[in-house]
Write a protein that binds this ligand. Sequence first.
Ligand SMILES: [Mg+2]
Length: 375
Amino acid sequence: MSTITRIEITHHQLPLDPPFPASWDPQPRTKFPATIVRVHDSGGRVGIGSGDAMYGFADYQRYFLGEDPLDLDRHAAVLSNIEFHAGRPWPMDIALWDLVGKIRDEPIWKMVGGRSNRIQAYASSGVHRPVAEMVDVALRIKALGFPALKVRFGRPELDDDLAVISAVRDAVGDDLELMVDCNQGWRMPWDTQRPWDVDKATSVAQRLEAERVYWMEEPLHRGDYAGMAELRTRVSISIAGGEMTREPYEFRELLARNCFDVFQPDAVCTMGISGLRHLAVEVERAGKIFTPHTWGNGIGVMANLHLTAGTVATPFIEFPFDPPEWSTARRDYVLSDTIEADEDGWITLSDRPGLGIELDETTLARTLSGHASFA
Ligand SMILES: [Mg+2]
């Protein structure tokens, strides 16, 4: 039996010049932080994870040292206890799955169910651009072969958001699915804007329906279950959410109360691969769509690709992509190879063990930072 001998956590910051003006953050980003978790075992193998900053995790490392890496359910149970007491520790779960894949010589997509090694990607934009530029973005995304594009709302005037979606629809016709992220579910720490209420969400949803938008993402605060259930009775557009929702009981409640058509928890922020592989199947059995949020670095994208392709059928998965501010080179700077979709928007996962990734150690050394800072 191998045992866990060491857990190494490093923080990195890639300077962003030009900055990335993320539509959901009032402050343009001048750096892209990443936290890398490496779990070493007695056989000399190293599992890799990333995602949240692992705030407060140092206090809990000892509960994993000396343990058998293969005991994934036990580790996930400890991690969910840690999550209750500290931050989101799920990068550790990702690293353990990568390590177990290396021990078993099996890719994660097979370990979680082996349903498929292929999944189609939708382009997820992240910048508020003027109408003409958004039309150019949409035409480029369509020409690149992506089946769908997600557009961000949140400009100072809602009418400007609506003008974008209507111009984009006119330009691309019905050959490209469009989704709209309203980003009302949660806020950055410094953003005190109130979320929409159900009447406001309803009026926006009706406008999106008229533009044949496939799903409306996070139209209300993440805890407004009554509002979401009510919204779903008023409109027919699919309602998506749950990207940062934390706990299994919250998802059960969201399912029971019919709040969403599309469930989007991200394995590096919520329940890990260990928890979401089961939730994904539950969501599918309920006749809903499971397709994770993946906005973050390439390790998170890869973890969610394996999880989703290996467990359920889904129309497509988020592929954060909005060059030049959000290129695959920036997004995947911690990896030696960027993750790319083919000319029809498909991503094929390899048979390499675990996540099948390699770290770019030169870039990691150059971007090493003493501490985690997401602010
Ligand atoms: Mg979102």
